[in-house]
Design a protein around this ligand. Sequence first.
Ligand SMILES: [Zn+2]
Length: 335
Amino acid sequence: MTPAHFQAEADLHLENEMRSRQSLPDTSALLPQGLDTHNADLIMQSSDHVPFYVHKSILSMSSPIFRDMFSLPQPADGEFVDGLPVVRLAEEAQVLHNLLTMIYPIPSVIPGEYDKALDLLAVSQKYDMVAIQSSIRAEMKNNLRPLTAAATFRAYGIASAKGLTPETEAAARLTLDFPMTFESMGDALSMIGGWALRDLIRFRRHCRDNLASCLESLLDTRLPPIDIWTGCHSTTSDIIPWWLQAILSGHISDLHCPFSKSLLKSSSIRAEYLRALQLHVTQTRCTFCSKTHVMQGETFCTQVEKELSKALEMVSALKPPFYEHSSSLNNYYYG
Ligand SMILES: [Zn+2]
């Protein structure tokens, strides 16, 4: 090869390299603060074309997927920029930015929005980063939860689509606090796949039916915890006071409704109980109910809350037939 050929080849190489550099946008603002790119030996490129200069050794320590990938020989026609191999990833820059803050010894950045934290969790699951998944889950458990109906249904859509099993279950449970209607779901409806939507409807139906069965069993005056209430002065001796009957029967009646309605919260029963009892004692001067409340009211409320919570825990959103949890209550609906 003549010197002219060498020069032409060098010029071509330089031109290609300049073109490659020009194709990369100025994205320094998206790079994690404090990230040391010195001695980087790889460029991780996001789906929105942001290059992250990283170190194979650090990625390999965090992820067996990357470790296996780097153990393979570099393909002959592989892409290079600045002399470094380029790996194109399917994730957007913001997710990769957050992921790198979890891998490198710099301050971690976990998104404050529940659905974005789910995206980060899904990526760490995809690359089998076990320790990072634990950190994200701990942060989500302690400090994050979807705050609105739409955010809750959106969280269910993301978690179910990305195979985040515990988060799918948790989000399905959180949807019980909201009506499942077009108005409350908003754009989240388009994010929930057909099978996931079917599972969520089935889950909500089973929760509703189990709650109704639980309340019906609580009305059996022969059994605890309700048996302490037979003897109110304003009713006959073998039935429970009308004020307590009204609360439980009212909820049973409310539960004979479409799955789309929000469900009774076990924690709301206590406040209803206290209000009704106070009114009853004030109006009738009933010493029996007053005394029963002082002696056993706290235990009664705790037991009722526990039974209602247990009725919901028996149903799982994961997949039909729904997994059954052990329970002393045998007459619940299992579907
Ligand atoms: Zn009474």
